[in-house]
Design a protein around this ligand. Structure first.
Ligand SMILES: Nc1ncnc2c1ncn2[C@@H]1O[C@H](COP(=O)(O)OP(=O)(O)OP(=O)(O)O)[C@@H](O)[C@H]1O
Ligand SMILES: [Mg+2]
Length: 210
């Protein structure tokens, strides 16, 4: 996934939980961007018949596979939360498969002559290595308090649960420090179209200049 060797601009898209990544990605896709969503890839890998299911069964046993054949997320979360070794093992199975799926998605986008490719990675900053893998990093930024409100409204999680998730993520400042481009999604949805238009125009221009 070394963006520099591609004829098309490859953008890493990230942001904290509930910051508006999917909203911004959808708006850019409407303008013609290609999107490779690593969350979707991870879900497909752990769905019934997914490529990760048998390796996960081998590593953890039937207890983490639901009756319908998907990974039992709750059971797996319990294992991985209490046991760092288990988490490492799961990541060892999933990460290479997610990376391969991402590369395949990028290749498909290039086949389709997309003007640029967005790779949505919620934990881009936490995973490190953003610099080498992408031509640019686009961060969807949002004040922490607004993030908490939106996530609580959407998911029905308690404030303490949202706080716990956010405590395990990079801070707003850490994300902004690696950003080349920022969409400010702290305001109303009305503030997005103009920013999306500007970002889309920038990426199209940079892509043709390569
Ligand atoms: N500017 C906005 N004003 C109000 N609500 C918004 C705004 N932007 C996004 N939302 C809402 O906030 C929620 C989170 O947005 P979205 O799903 O785009 O974020 P995300 O970063 O993709 O979240 P996740 O980390 O869960 O994938 C959604 O319910 C969305 O409709
Ligand atoms: Mg999302």
């Amino acid at each position: 996934m070394s963006g520099r060797t591609h004829p098309t601009l490859i953008i890493g898209l990230t942001g904290g939980i509930g910051s508006g990544k999917s909203t911004v990605a959808d708006a850019l896709v409407t303008r013609g961007a290609a999107l490779v969503d690593t969350d979707q890839i991870a879900h497909a890998l752990t769905a019934p018949g997914g490529t990760a299911i048998e390796p996960i069964r081998q590593a953890f046993g039937d207890a983490v596979i639901a009756p319908d054949g998907r990974m039992d997320r709750a059971a797996m979360r319990e294992r991985a939360f209490s046991d760092p070794q288990a988490r490492k093992l799961l990541e060892g199975v999933l990460h290479p498969l997610i990376r391969a799926g991402t590369d395949a998605g990028i290749a498909a986008a290039l086949q389709n002559a997309a003007p640029y490719v967005l790779v949505a990675i919620p934990l881009l900053v936490e995973g490190g290595g953003a610099r080498g893998r992408f031509d640019r990093v686009l961060v969807v930024d949002c004040p922490t308090e607004v993030q908490v409100e939106r996530v609580m409204r959407r998911s029905g999680l308690a404030r303490s649960q949202v706080d716990a998730i956010m405590a395990a993520q990079a801070t707003r400042e850490q994300r902004l420090a690696v950003a080349d481009d920022v969409v400010d999604n702290g305001g109303s949805a009305d503030a997005l179209p103009a920013q999306v238009e500007r970002i889309d125009a920038l990426y199209r221009r940079l892509s043709t200049q390569r």
